[in-house]
Design a protein around this ligand. Structure first.
Ligand code: TA6
Length: 304
């Protein structure tokens, strides 16, 4: 079946009243979920969750108003999948930052209306989308997205080859916030982090994280939940992860956001923060031949 054929996708996987597939003007195919608990849009390119909005709640996931929905280009916002490496490639600077997974076509392999009223869609990265020069390993990679009053994203890597391989990865999630000076991020107190803004110095987190300049930190050896405590929206966003020992906190601030060119208005950076559930630096994951590794995150809202 040609996965680029919306009609075929809808015949096989649409769920009346919950899930349909449409083609965007830029040629991207979008899964559109609207059930009694939430709405979400997911691009098949990169199995990229773009939006998530529980019923009666403000949007949780931030998508840049200037996001370019173009084939082969990364989408600014949502939940980009960084795989099979996080950040710059270790040895080849010509390979794309954050890996290739987020800019190649994925396929839909399953859709389910769950008994609790949520909707689950399973995406798979076909071997044909994997550039062999960048990743010469046999593997099965799935992204399983469940949309209800909470959102769950599970990135599953199966080593179907004969030798161990090593990955670094992240669900590089962008969150909607009221304003960058009205939030604090908790859960990483006392953790060691690599400070990209400070020349990758290793530092220790003292208290809650507040943001008043560019922040780009890779916290290591932490499996803690993180909370984005948003005094402006009078809510907390909980990020509850399993299978992840790193967390990245990023806000580009004004200069870097302007340079990136797809943050929308010159104050676009004020309405977002990234809290990314990852495995990177000393937390890279060795996947033995025949083994399966899961990075699983549940995003939920708590009112304050
Ligand atoms: O996760 C933080 C980070 O690595 C930043 O350093 C910045 O590069 C950001 O990711 C966005 O990267 P992108 O390739 O999506 O522009």
């Amino acid at each position: 079946m040609s996965q680029s054929d919306v009609t075929t996708l809808n015949q096989k996987f649409a769920i009346p009243g919950q899930l349909e597939f449409t083609e965007d003007v830029g040629g991207l195919i979008i899964a559109r979920i609207a059930n009694k608990q939430a709405q979400s849009t997911i691009a098949l390119q990169g199995a990229h969750v773009m939006t998530f909005e529980p019923v009666g709640e403000k949007p949780v996931i931030w998508l840049s108003p200037a996001a370019k929905l173009v084939l082969g280009k990364s989408i600014r916002g949502g939940v980009p999948i960084c795989w099979p490496w996080f950040g710059a490639h270790a040895t080849d600077s010509t390979f794309p930052a954050h890996g290739f997974a987020r800019t190649v076509p994925w396929q839909v392999v399953a859709s389910e209306a769950l008994s609790d009223g949520s909707t689950r869609v399973t995406f798979e990265l076909p071997q044909s989308s994997i550039p062999a020069a960048q990743w010469p390993h046999a593997c099965r990679v799935r992204n399983i997205v469940t949309i209800g009053k909470e959102m769950t994203v599970e990135l599953v890597t199966e080593n179907t080859g004969q030798a161990m391989f090593e990955i670094s990865e992240a669900l590089h999630t962008y969150f909607v916030i009221s304003d960058v000076d009205k939030i604090r991020i908790t859960g990483l107190e006392g953790c060691t982090y690599l400070d990209k803004v400070g020349d990758w110095q290793r530092r220790t987190q003292d208290g809650a994280i507040t943001i008043a300049a560019e922040v780009d930190r890779l916290y290591v050896n932490t499996d803690s939940d993180c909370l984005i405590d948003d005094n402006g929206h009078k809510r907390c966003i909980r990020i509850a992860k399993r299978g992840s020992l790193s967390t990245v906190v990023w806000n580009p601030w004004v200069e870097k956001a302007a340079k990136m060119g797809d943050f929308g208005s010159d104050t676009g950076y004020r309405g977002m923060v990234c809290v990314e559930s990852a495995n990177a630096a000393e937390n890279v994951v060795k996947v033995a031949a025949g083994a399966t590794h899961s990075l699983h995150v549940t995003y939920s809202i708590e009112n304050i």
